[in-house]
Every structure is written in structure tokens, then in C-alpha cells.
Design a protein around this ligand. Sequence first.
Ligand SMILES: [Mg+2]
Length: 215
Amino acid sequence: MTAEIISQKYKHVIWDWNGTILDDVKLCTDIINGILTKRNLPPLTLEKYKEVFTFPVIDYYKAAGLDISGNNFEIMSHEFINEYESKKLNCSIFKGSLEILELFRNKNISQSVLSAYSQHTLEETIKYFNLDAYFIKLVGLNNIFAASKTENGKKWIKELNINPSEVIMFGDTLHDFEVSREMGVDCILFSGGHQSKEVLASSGTMVFNSHLELL
Ligand SMILES: [Mg+2]
């Protein structure tokens, strides 16, 4: 599959944002490692991070070794998001992602973003990278706890009013794949994001290593 073939087969592309367009993998690893070391717990290597990262995010905090009991998860979520908000604009977008957005736009394939991040963060970041003109809609969550985007996805596919067989989703996690199944759309996963190629391969869907590969 190449971006060119995708543009012949589909009418709409739904993008995940974090780890699919925005390369925030190093930032997220650094933040979770800050949270771990503050609690005298060993930090994660990048490889380990990409093994344990999952949705809902609370499960990955637990797998990383953090105590999520009581209000600990809420406290750590705020720690995470404060740090993330202050540093997110230092991230860059993945090599080749702009070229793919451009290619689809030139072929009149409409595009949108479906993200588990808060609506505010999503809009602000996409605007900062000057990418808002590529998308007909940005769908985020109304909280910071990154639980699931399934409900939003099902709502969006109805509203979009395009046959799901003509829609494809690009993501970097098994959750993106699960959401795509719920929406009835095809899915391509990218292993340069928050989960490893091995984890993603368990879905049985197409996995690509980089955006350049799609071009
Ligand atoms: Mg993602």
C-alpha cells in the first residue's frame, strides 16, 4: 500500500495525532520517567515504553510500575499533562507526514483528526504547526484522562456521512485499530509512535515503519 493507492481507494482519511503525526514519543517517555524517578521507581527504556504503552492510559501507568490506587492516577495525570503542555511545542511532526497530508489534499481526499487528547491541546498544537487547513474536523476528548476515543469515533463516522468502506484510519496504537473496527473502517498503523512493531503486528492489520515508506 502506498499513499497514491490509498488516494485512489478511499475518500477520507482519519488521522490519529499523537505518535502518528506529532512525534511526541521522546517527550512522553521523558515525562513518565520523571514521574517514576520522583517516586523512586526505575525509568523505562524507549523499547520498554513502547511495550507497556496502552489505552486506557491508566493501564500503562500500572504496567510502568506506578501505584494507581486512590487518587494517585488523577494526581499523576495532572503532573503528566502540566509537563506535556509546557513542552509539547518543542516536538516536531514526523518526516513525510506533511507530504502525505499534501498528497491527499491534492487528490481531494478529505482528512480529519480523531485524538484521545483534550480538545484544547489538540486544537492548539495543530494550529501551532500550521496544519489546521488540512483537516475538515478535529475530534478530541473533553478531559485529560485519555481513556478511549471509541464513542467519539462512532459519532464522527456517522456525522461524516461517507461509506465506511471508503474511509481509512492512520494510527500508532492498537487502540486506533480497535476504534477503526468499531467504526467499520480500514486501518494502517505506524510503528514510529507509541507502540512497538511487535505489539502492533498482533492486530493483523498493515503496519508501516515510517511515513516515507508510504510515500
Ligand atoms: Mg497515537
